[in-house]
Write a protein that binds this ligand. Structure first.
Ligand SMILES: CCC/C=C/C(=O)SCCNC(=O)CCNC(=O)[C@H](O)C(C)(C)COP(=O)([O-])OP(=O)([O-])OC[C@H]1O[C@@H](n2cnc3c(N)ncnc32)[C@H](O)[C@@H]1OP(=O)([O-])[O-]
Ligand SMILES: NC(=O)C1=CN([C@@H]2O[C@H](COP(=O)(O)OP(=O)(O)OC[C@H]3O[C@@H](n4cnc5c(N)ncnc54)[C@H](OP(=O)(O)O)[C@@H]3O)[C@@H](O)[C@H]2O)C=CC1
Length: 257
């Protein structure tokens, strides 16, 4: 969608870039000329995706890091700046989620998800933001949201609450850092094929088909459709867009709100 070379000379960090939507975002950014840096917990998964992006002619590196670990996040991002001289873009994509009734959720279960989604996004965003401000500004951040953050979901209150926090963080920092030329936005996908969400949340018999029934356009999203929106919002073509939430759910949430 974007002209070739749109991210030439840029460095983009993608958390959870070793699978699902994050992997596809990384592939799109690399194809548009960015050096992509992937963060995730599993080194083998990172190695595989990095090798495949390089085979396709892209520039990529992977760092094993749990985004909940502030010290590790700071150390990795400092190493990225040392190695490449800059970070221009951040995609807060790493997430954890599972279905559990709120009255049955243990404190650890709540924390596991909130610390990945909300704390992890904060650790990465503040660290990258400080780098961007120190270098004189510019740059952009996209965080991946979820429709339950807007409308609620009884089975994923931890994820919905954390993602609502990420949306509020995005709007707050968009105001704070606008004068530094730093833009922050959210992309909120509906259920997207070939991702952890499908296996993690829609594995029960009939759940995937039942969800399909609720979508006006009659199908689930594909990973490229989400990645294209993310690359647009990260790019200079979206230079006047900040603090916004782009919902890409085939009309699923229409009539709910
Ligand atoms: C429309 C679609 C929207 C999609 C949105 C998405 O985000 S899709 C993205 C989908 N992708 C992913 O989710 C991929 C990444 N996901 C993950 O890594 C794991 O699912 C994680 C989030 C649990 C984190 O792992 P970890 O190693 O840090 O955690 P841990 O194993 O140590 O457990 C911590 C606590 O949670 C408890 N608990 C766990 N499962 C369940 C359950 N089903 N039921 C109840 N509780 C559960 C567990 O018992 C423990 O509590 P306890 O017993 O101590 O009181
Ligand atoms: N797929 C969908 O239908 C939808 C997805 N979303 C959102 O899109 C994003 C991607 O989802 P999806 O592609 O399904 O996810 P996947 O489960 O396929 O991938 C999640 C990625 O995040 C990484 N990750 C998880 N926990 C951590 C952590 N603590 N630190 C670092 N990395 C971590 C995983 O790597 P590793 O395990 O190696 O750490 C993996 O690469 C998420 O933010 C999700 O909430 C929103 C709505 C719908």
């Amino acid at each position: 969608m974007l002209p070739p070379g749109s991210f030439e000379g840029r460095v983009a960090v993608i958390t959870g870039g070793s699978s699902g939507i994050g992997e596809t975002i990384a592939r799109h950014l690399a194809a548009l000329g960015a050096t992509v840096v992937l963060l995730g917990r599993r080194p083998d998964a990172l190695r595989e995706v990095v090798a495949s992006i390089r085979e396709a002619g892209g520039s990529a590196a992977g760092f094993a890091a749990d985004v909940r670990d502030r010290e590790r996040v700071e150390a990795v991002l400092a190493e990225v700046v040392d190695r490449y001289g800059r970070i221009d873009h951040l995609v807060n994509n790493a997430a954890g989620n599972f279905r559990v009734a709120p009255e049955e959720m243990s404190p650890n279960a709540w924390n596991a998800v909130v610390r990945i989604v909300l704390d992890g996004s904060w650790h990465c965003t503040q660290t990258v933001g400080r780098h961007l401000i120190a270098r004189g500004g510019g740059g952009s951040v996209v965080s991946i949201g979820t429709t339950p953050a807007l409308f609620g979901d009884p089975d994923t209150a931890h994820s919905a609450s954390a993602k609502a926090g990420v949306l509020a963080m995005t709007k707050s920092l968009a105001i704070a850092w606008g004068r530094h030329g730093i833009r922050l936005n959210v992309v909120t996908p509906g259920l997207t094929d070939d991702t952890g969400a499908v296996s993690q949340l829609f594995a029960a018999e009939g759940a995937y088909a039942a969800n399909l029934e609720k979508i006006p356009v009659g199908r689930h999203a594909n990973r490229d459709e989400i990645a294209e929106a993310v690359t647009y919002l990260l790019s200079d073509h979206a230079g006047y867009v900040t603090g916004q939430n782009l919902v890409i759910d085939g009309g699923r949430s229409l009539g709910i709100g």
